[in-house]
Design a binder for this molecule. Structure first.
Ligand SMILES: Nc1nc2c(ncn2[C@@H]2O[C@H](COP(=O)(O)OP(=O)(O)O)[C@@H](O)[C@H]2O)c(=O)[nH]1
Ligand SMILES: [Mg+2]
Length: 286
């Protein structure tokens, strides 16, 4: 046997499971907290909504967007995060890790697990872990994907509120309107919850001015939006086209994209950056 043969033989086994996702198709990476039902209990999360957890998840999503090449949009709700990653902005755009599935999911899960534990703001530091999956889908399905996750967020939100107010057996086989009515009877109107509690939060780029060597320069930076529209609603159309349509990404100026983003009323009230949230977390630790 020649010297290299053993190595070649082993590499062949490795290559057989080195799957690459299709280039130039939108990729979604979804991460989910492992067994967060019990992690949240052990950490002392308040029910139904713990804003410390929600802030950590939003800041984690921003961290992921900043560290995953080609990330365009992040969405978080409950203990999960979806990141939209593109490699078709330009003709020669590189894909993150060449879209090698094993690299993509293992590095995404490591980034999330590292950041979350390093910035855990709960007094009781229970170790947390994240899983990750990645897949490509057609352009025309991107919005539908996020609609699907947002509908899950909304269903979870009402059921979390109902569970915090009613006994388990009262909630069996109840429909949406019935759950809303039951919350109302206990003095809580689901509609009055904060947007982030009902629909989750998004992370996307937004133009800012930073000081450069020769004066101010414009940069696109990721920000957290806690006042997102309902993804199916017509007033989210401009928002979506600015975010995920590649033609617009290529041809429209950053300023025009921003104008479209701002067209949904009442935005940017809270656009703390990850750095600011981390500073707050550090402050709370001391
Ligand atoms: N107390 C509390 N729990 C939460 C909050 N957000 C998410 N969770 C918990 O996280 C779980 C996430 O669901 P899922 O991923 O399906 O279950 P897992 O397999 O246990 O991680 C929910 O069932 C809740 O128990 C929150 O704001 N407060
Ligand atoms: Mg989970």
């Amino acid at each position: 046997m020649r010297k290299n043969n053993l190595g070649e033989r082993m590499k062949e086994y490795e290559r057989a499971s080195d799957v690459k996702l299709t280039r130039r198709l939108p990729m979604i990476i979804r991460l989910d907290g492992k067994a967060f039902h019990s992690w949240t209990k052990k950490s002392g999360c308040v029910r139904p909504f713990d804003h410390r957890l929600m802030d950590m998840m939003a800041a984690l999503t921003q961290y992921l967007c900043e560290n995953i090449g080609g990330a365009e949009l992040g969405y978080t709700q409950s203990d999960e995060i979806s990141i939209l990653v593109r490699d078709d902005q330009n003709i020669d755009t590189d894909a993150w890790f060449d879209k090698r599935l094993q690299k993509v999911v293992s590095v995404a899960a490591s980034l999330a697990t590292y950041w979350f534990n390093a910035n855990n703001m709960f007094e009781k530091k229970e170790p947390a872990f994240f899983d990750a999956r990645a897949f490509v889908l057609p352009e025309s399905e991107v919005r539908n994907y996020f609609i699907w996750r947002q509908e899950d967020a909304t269903t979870n939100s009402l059921s979390m509120l109902a569970q915090s107010l009613c006994r388990h057996n009262e909630l069996q086989n109840k429909k949406w309107a019935e759950l809303q009515e039951m919350c109302w009877q206990k003095g809580r109107n689901w509609n009055d919850l904060e947007v982030v509690e009902k629909r989750g939060a998004c992370i996307y780029r937004h133009e800012v001015e930073v000081s450069g060597r020769d004066g101010p320069v414009k940069r696109m930076k990721f920000f957290i939006d806690r006042n997102i529209p309902i993804f199916t609603s017509p007033d989210a159309d401009a928002w979506w086209s600015a975010l995920v349509t590649p033609d617009i990404l290529r041809k429209t100026s950053a300023a025009k994209q921003l104008a479209a983003l701002r067209s949904v009323a009442g935005r940017w009230e809270d656009d703390r950056s990850a750095a600011e949230i981390i500073a707050e977390i550090e402050g709370a630790r001391r």
